[in-house]
Design a protein around this ligand. Structure first.
Ligand SMILES: NC(=O)c1ccc[n+]([C@@H]2O[C@H](COP(=O)([O-])OP(=O)(O)OC[C@H]3O[C@@H](n4cnc5c(N)ncnc54)[C@H](OP(=O)(O)O)[C@@H]3O)[C@@H](O)[C@H]2O)c1
Length: 329
């Protein structure tokens, strides 16, 4: 079958469209014929070597962890699935998706209803993460408002849509006016270019000096601490990545200094559901229902052939993606 593989870490140039053996599912696996494949930050982390866990699988490591298609075969212990079902795969293995076929443990496979648009399915995980960030990890604040910086991407789009659906005031920023314009089309109430305006001024102004309840931070780094300046009482900073470096211990100590504001910090990884399948299933059902009913509308940025995965990664590395970037087989 055709697949996109890497033999070493590096830039988009290490992605190689190649012929590899078609996988054979074991007893607990499901074999899926992919139609669409999601391109996202986790693929960047694997490709670039920021996540080195998979280096042992070189050469011919098929990258990618999210895809959607039709079940072709089912292992003996995966009897609840059947060939012909429409599914989305969010592979906790972290590899295998940039291919015509993927064989994965059944726990990573979600059956979709017939009316679910398959082309939108690779972005499904973003909605699961957004739901979890908002309704599970984000509990314990007054929950009136949230701020997300760099909000035009896949998670940002899903988080904005989910928050607006739930009546939460959304403050969102991005690095360019074009991305800000895109975020406005999603309906966010307060949008600004963080290169031109001070986050603290905009947020305090928009919230009447109260501050924002939830700050979704994917960067951390040296600017982590200043976020407490515009956090409401009982507010929480929720880290879902730390692209600019994990907060240092003295930065984390700030939460003690902030005791008179009852501030909180939480680190979140979706892997919390690896040992919580029932909880994950509840979220899956809610997100499927919201998408099928049209309450949430996934936004596609581009849909390129699998053979152009390199071009997709160049788009991602330039940080120009708004909504979800996918490949088709
Ligand atoms: N914790 C979890 O379980 C979990 C699950 C899934 C994803 N994630 C994380 O969620 C984040 C967003 O994922 P996504 O798929 O939505 O990503 P995305 O679409 O590629 O990007 C999101 C936004 O982040 C900003 N950005 C991109 N590269 C950056 C960099 N190197 N440094 C700083 N900012 C950068 C950009 O906004 P601006 O140009 O406007 O700044 C971009 O629009 C990623 O960091 C991903 O690893 C976490």
């Amino acid at each position: 079958m055709k697949a996109v593989v890497i033999d070493r870490f590096g830039g988009p140039e290490v992605l190689r469209y190649s012929e590899v053996p078609k996988p054979v599912p074991n007893d607990e696996e499901v074999l899926v014929r992919n139609a669409y494949i999601g391109v996202g930050k986790p693929d960047f982390l694997v490709r670039s070597g920021k996540d080195t866990l998979l280096a042992g699988r070189f050469p011919n490591l098929v990258i990618g962890n999210e895809c959607a298609g039709i079940i072709e075969a089912v292992g003996r212990e995966a009897g609840e699935f059947r060939p012909g079902q429409k599914v989305v795969v969010n592979s906790g293995l972290g590899y295998g998706a940039y291919a015509e076929y993927i064989a994965v443990p059944k726990k990573f496979v979600t059956v979709l209803p017939e009316e679910y648009p398959l082309q939108s399915a690779p972005g499904f995980l973003n909605y699961l993460v957004a739901y979890a960030l908002l309704n599970e990890a984000g509990r314990g604040t007054d929950g009136q408002s949230l701020y997300i910086r760099g909000a035009a991407g896949g998670i940002g789009t899903a988080l904005i849509q989910t928050a607006l659906l739930q009546g939460i005031d959304v403050i969102a920023s991005a690095s360019t006016d074009q991305k800000c314009e895109y975020i406005r089309t999603l309906g966010a109430q307060c949008v600004f270019n963080y290169n031109n305006e001070q986050q603290k001024d905009v947020i305090l102004d928009h919230t009447g000096g109260r501050g924002v309840d939830l700050i979704y931070d994917q960067r951390a780094g040296v600017r982590f601490r200043e976020q407490f300046d515009y956090l409401a009482d009982f507010g929480m900073i929720l880290l879902y990545n730390w692209l600019e470096g994990c907060p240092s211990l003295d930065q984390l100590d700030t939460v003690i200094e902030q005791a008179n504001h009852a501030s909180a910090i939480r680190f979140f990884s979706f892997h919390v559901y690896d040992h919580n399948p029932e909880r994950l299933e509840k979220i899956r059902r809610i997100c499927i229902e919201r998408i099928v009913s049209g309450q949430l509308k996934p936004v596609l940025y581009d849909d390129l052939p699998l053979s152009e995965a390199r071009r997709a990664h160049e788009q991602m590395d330039r940080g120009e993606v708004m909504g979800k970037l996918i490949l088709h087989v």
